[in-house]
Design a protein around this ligand. Structure first.
Ligand code: ASP
Length: 310
């Protein structure tokens, strides 16, 4: 059996260290731990990377702590519009949804787009129609209500501004969630899910559902899930750029990941981070922000759950 590996994230941001209480920190770490262990256990019992990735992301989506699924941020209209994507590095199949509402687990809808439609990306009404066809249950607005998210929205409501749910002075909430995995056959997969950015304009789509920008997987190179200011990840085609640096320039996973986050993304003004795994089970988790909720586990004994720079 080859080395198995999984990494997950719960968003990157400019968290002020003093704002995080030990209690809060424990809550976040416990949520990360349960998503990590679930994915790892699945990999260990022989399931595919794609299966493990979906399962881990679902756990993070079900937690109000993260900006995805249940904990999604408010749009400028006081709604929740979610984006997600998933990609299988073995087949290069991918599925994505954007601007969906009421869906408890957008990552599963993205996977359904991949497996049950002829398309890769369904948005807004079309994605909702597809969900309806598959008999998805729709949660009402209350399910997605979170007091802290509401307050974050109030701070910039009515302005043209929009921001990462975790940027700034007051709050310690980080965002977007994602998972990448390498299974016992050496297949990799990536999944990313988000509520986007607080006070985002109606119809705004970030990098998370865009294959190549916020999410990418290819057995030849690696699987990547990004988090941060989506506009910059789109312009830098960050996830695919990482894969290209490995494929065309023979960079190691770690070097390629550091290059895109610490040099290329910063150069165009973007902040954030990513998690990545290659087909040998190596893991990289760079970020250029103050912190990134992250965790990883491999069959050769690596295990980490962290928030700040080590
Ligand atoms: N990348 C996400 C977006 O721009 C936000 C985040 O990672 O927190 O939609």
């Amino acid at each position: 059996m080859k080395k198995i590996a999984i990494a997950i994230h719960g968003g990157a941001g400019t968290l002020v260290k003093g704002m995080m209480t030990p209690e809060k920190e424990n809550l976040y770490k416990a949520a990360l731990e349960s998503a990590l262990q679930k994915g790892y256990w699945l990999l260990k019992s022989g399931v595919s990377a794609i299966e493990a990735v979906e399962a881990s992301v679902k756990i993070l989506e079900d937690s109000h702590l993260f900006n995805a699924g249940k904990g999604s941020v408010f749009t400028s209209e006081g709604k929740h519009e979610m984006d997600a994507s998933i990609m299988d590095g073995k087949t290069l199949n991918a599925g994505a949804v954007s601007l969906v509402s009421g869906i408890k687990n957008p990552i599963s809808l993205a996977r359904d787009v991949m497996e049950k439609s002829e398309h890769v990306f369904l948005a807004a009404k079309g994605a909702m129609q597809f969900a309806k066809k598959l008999h998805y249950h729709l949660e009402n607005e209350d399910y997605f209500y979170d007091e802290l998210r509401y307050q974050q929205w109030q701070e910039i409501r009515g302005t043209e501004g929009f921001k990462l749910d975790h940027s700034g002075n007051k709050d310690s909430k980080f965002g977007t969630v994602g998972a990448v995995a390498c299974d016992s056959l050496g297949n990799v997969a990536a999944g990313t899910s988000t509520g986007g950015m607080t006070n985002k304009q109606f119809g705004r789509v970030g990098d998370s559902p865009m294959i190549g920008a916020g999410n990418y997987a290819n057995n030849k190179t690696c699987a990547v899930s990004c988090t941060g200011s989506g506009e910059y990840f789109i312009r830098g085609v960050i996830a695919y750029d990482l894969s290209c640096l490995m494929e065309y320039k023979n960079l190691s996973l770690q070097d390629a990941a550091e290059e895109v986050i610490q040099n290329r993304l910063l150069r165009i003004g973007g902040d954030g981070g990513l998690i990545a795994v290659d087909a040998l089970g190596n893991i990289a988790m760079p970020f250029n922000t103050e912190g990134m909720y992250r965790a990883c586990k491999t069959s050769d004994g690596t295990e980490e759950i962290s928030i700040y720079k080590n």
